[in-house]
Design a binder for this molecule. Structure first.
Ligand code: NIG
Ligand code: ZN
Length: 412
């Protein structure tokens, strides 16, 4: 099965050589080819170049992309899209003056979602979650990480992970799964956090390994949730079960989570709304990707990750949605890149790098997706006619996607 895309106004994020990620000043460079062609063979990118060099061969399908651009699908490395119900009530409570913290202290927040999820059957949870997955695919996402963490019992955490496994099998999008049992301390362990962590380690992790339910382990390292010591415990246990760390840190307070992530070679440290100079310094010259979640800052009216300062300090940056019912009920990566440009003062080139190749790295998929590179999956966005790629973040709240392709096939 071969497809030729011809007369592409601009082919974006073209990387002839496989790279892991871009950092610092390199993030301002977004390689493109104007007036380009792209060939897809059996789901993979097999060739591309200038139209002058377009192969004169027979193809099963030819798509004329005159006036349109092609860019790699968004790589959303941090989501919680498997959840039950929603938290619209808390949205109104916040409008009326309660803080995210007040709501959590009143038994709402993550515990509210956990109660709903525990009462929801696996099939129902699958059906609710697949709707969101289909929605983000239409919005241009071609690779996504999904976390557990709204179960908070052994059974409900495993139920979430099994739903993610079913989604992996049923959809052509690339999916990575993360075990986030340590998302909050459930009420029945209110005065026994150590017992809860022991249960996650002794009862849940072995089942995750034996059923191959996750690639990553996460924990909410934050005042009132889990400490740096709890984080070390979970990361060490996770590693024993083959789970690489990707952790929630520095959302409301900087308590040393970045340092513990770096110490245990976390693939990513995510949120980072509160960053001290020492946290930025700790990430320098490491393999740990800092991930910013601007839609969360927008929705909760909390500070934005100081992305400009971090990139200027030489760090890489990835952007993700954090799609979840409490802090970010949106999985729109187009909005994420706009918000990153507008609020974090990063350029369209930096934002697109952060949402493609760096996002791919933050979920261990940099060999498969995130750039137009021969041999990578043909997961990309065909835009509507637009004048420049900068129009995508500029035109905030809209998207300019005409079609999305996963493994070379148009998603209907
Ligand atoms: N901060 C921790 N976890 C989620 C939100 C949890 C919730 O409110 O449901 C996040 O990444 O924002
Ligand atoms: Zn999150």
């Amino acid at each position: 099965m071969t497809t030729l895309f011809k007369n592409i106004k601009e082919l974006i994020q073209v990387r002839d050589k496989q790279i892991d990620f871009v950092a610092g000043a390199e993030m301002k460079i977004l390689p493109t080819i104007k007036n380009a062609f792209l060939v897809v063979e059996n789901g993979l990118i097999s060739d591309y170049g200038k139209m002058d060099d377009c192969p004169n061969a027979e193809f099963d399908t030819v798509v004329d992309a005159t006036g349109k651009m092609i860019l790699p699908s968004w790589c959303d490395s941090h989501t919680h899209i498997v959840y039950a119900g929603n938290r619209e009530g808390e949205f109104v409570d916040r409008i009326n003056g309660l803080s995210y913290e007040d709501i959590a202290n009143n038994g709402g927040g993550i515990l509210n979602s956990a109660k709903k999820l525990q009462e929801t059957s696996e099939d129902d949870l699958y059906n609710q979650s697949k709707t969101r997955l289909e929605e983000v695919i239409q919005l241009g996402t071609g690779a996504v990480e999904i976390k557990s963490g709204y179960g908070l019992t052994a059974d409900a955490e495993l139920k979430m992970l099994r739903v993610i496994k079913r989604l992996k099998a049923a959809y052509p999008i690339e999916i990575k799964a993360t075990f986030l049992g340590a998302h909050a301390v459930p009420s029945n362990y209110k005065n026994n956090k150590a017992g809860y962590l022991k249960m996650l380690i002794d009862d849940v992790m072995p089942k995750i390994s034996s059923e191959n339910l996750a690639e990553y382990v996460d924990i909410f390292c934050e005042k009132g949730y889990f400490s740096v010591e709890d984080t070390e415990l979970i990361l060490v246990a996770g590693k024993k079960h083959g789970l690489t760390p990707k952790i929630h840190v520095n959302q409301f307070n900087a308590i040393g989570g970045v340092q513990v992530g770096v110490k245990y070679n976390a693939l990513s440290v995510d949120h980072l709304e509160i960053m001290r100079d020492e946290d930025i310094a700790a990430l320098k010259n490491t393999k740990t990707m800092p991930v910013a979640l601007p839609s969360c800052s927008y929705f909760l009216s909390i500070p934005y990750t100081p992305a400009r300062k971090m990139i200027d300090a030489g760090l890489p940056l990835a952007l993700a949605t954090d799609y979840n019912p409490g802090s970010t009920p949106s999985g729109n990566m187009n909005f994420v890149i706009s918000t990153a440009c507008i609020k974090m003062k990063i350029t369209p080139e930096e934002a697109i790098n952060a949402a493609t190749i760096n996002g791919a790295y933050a979920m261990g998929l940099e060999q498969q997706v995130g750039s137009i590179t021969k041999g990578k999956l043909a997961n990309f966005i065909l835009t509507k006619p637009i004048n420049s790629y900068g129009f995508i973040p500029y035109s905030f709240g809209n998207h300019h996607i005409e079609k999305v392709y996963l493994k070379g096939l148009e998603v209907e």
